[in-house]
Write a protein that binds this ligand. Structure first.
Ligand SMILES: Nc1ncnc2c1ncn2[C@@H]1O[C@H](COP(=O)(O)OP(=O)(O)OP(=O)(O)O)[C@@H](O)[C@H]1O
Ligand SMILES: [Mg+2]
Length: 270
């Protein structure tokens, strides 16, 4: 997508002020925590930003960290050599200028965060037993974390205050309707009026979440899913029903969330 007044990063929407604050925090040595509902670009942001600035990036999937030692490496048995320590890419990247993304940092238990506390404070250093040395974090290594917030999450853990305190939190929101239209049109060849209806529904359902009429917030994924169905020749009505309705509970029949979403779709496309 071309750069214009709306897009300050290629293909990714973020208000100019928010982008500048994130960049200014990162370049002043502060770590940034991106918070917000699913599908609002938390994971994508770091990758797009780092690519646009020519900075190497490494994403750690924190949900896969099952023990405190998983950050640094694992022991593997090699025929002929015996047991060797295989360092993680994360450990490697700590010693060079790059952006490290702790993706979904609240999906690993708080005790697993202990090894990274020293990395993230003024020490910027950690002793790695297996290497028998301190690993010193490069001055040019930047840290960004993401976490889901909102009413609908299971499988997330409360963040320890000490960890939370090491980050400056920034909330990412669903883009405005006109921007959603542009994002859809940039990724799918469908009619403008169809993109418009998908975007209107997305924003409307997110408003209903804010008003506590629905239990799930809206991100960009259902909008892209609906656009993909339309691009493949499905009618707008079919696309909207399949991409949006089943995300909500049918419990309560005519009073259910599904029924409310169906009514909203009918109100939009007739
Ligand atoms: N602001 C945005 N600009 C452009 N694309 C976006 C934006 N927000 C979301 N998307 C698109 O929506 C999809 C989901 O984004 P992403 O995976 O970053 O969401 P997330 O916030 O990390 O969600 P989750 O909390 O579920 O991990 C991606 O395809 C991404 O490109
Ligand atoms: Mg994500």
């Amino acid at each position: 997508m071309r750069d214009n007044d709306t897009f300050f990063l290629p293909g990714f929407y973020i208000p100019r002020e928010k982008l500048k604050v994130i960049e200014d925090f990162l370049s002043s040595g502060f770590h940034v925590m991106l918070a917000g509902n699913p599908g609002c670009g938390k994971t994508e942001f770091g990758q797009v930003w780092a690519a646009s600035r020519g900075i190497p990036v490494h994403k750690v999937n924190c949900g896969a960290i099952r023990s405190p030692r998983d950050w640094f490496g694992r022991h593997e048995f090699r025929e002929g050599t015996g047991t060797v320590f295989v360092p993680t890419k994360f450990l490697d990247m700590l010693e060079r200028p790059c952006l490290i993304i702790f993706d979904e940092i609240n999906r690993t238990t708080p005790d697993n965060h202990n090894p990274i506390l020293n990395i993230l404070d003024g020490n910027r250093e950690v002793y790695v037993e297996e290497l028998r040395r301190h690993v010193r974090v490069h001055d040019g290594t930047l840290f960004l974390a993401t976490r889901n917030t909102g009413r609908q999450h299971t499988g997330t853990f409360h963040l320890d205050h000490a960890l939370e305190d090491r980050f400056q939190e920034i909330r990412l929101e669903l883009p405005p309707k006109e921007v959603i239209v542009q994002l859809i049109m940039a990724n799918y060849s469908i009619l403008g009026e169809h993109a418009e209806s998908i975007a209107r529904l997305t924003v409307k359902l997110n408003d209903l979440y804010d008003e506590e009429m629905l239990s799930k917030a809206m991100g960009m994924r259902p909008a892209f899913a609906a656009a993909a169905l339309v691009q493949r020749g499905n009618s707008l009505d079919v696309a909207l029903r399949y991409a949006f309705v089943n995300r909500y509970s049918g419990e309560g029949g005519p009073e259910s969330e599904q029924a409310l979403v169906m009514q909203t779709i009918q109100g939009l496309v007739g």
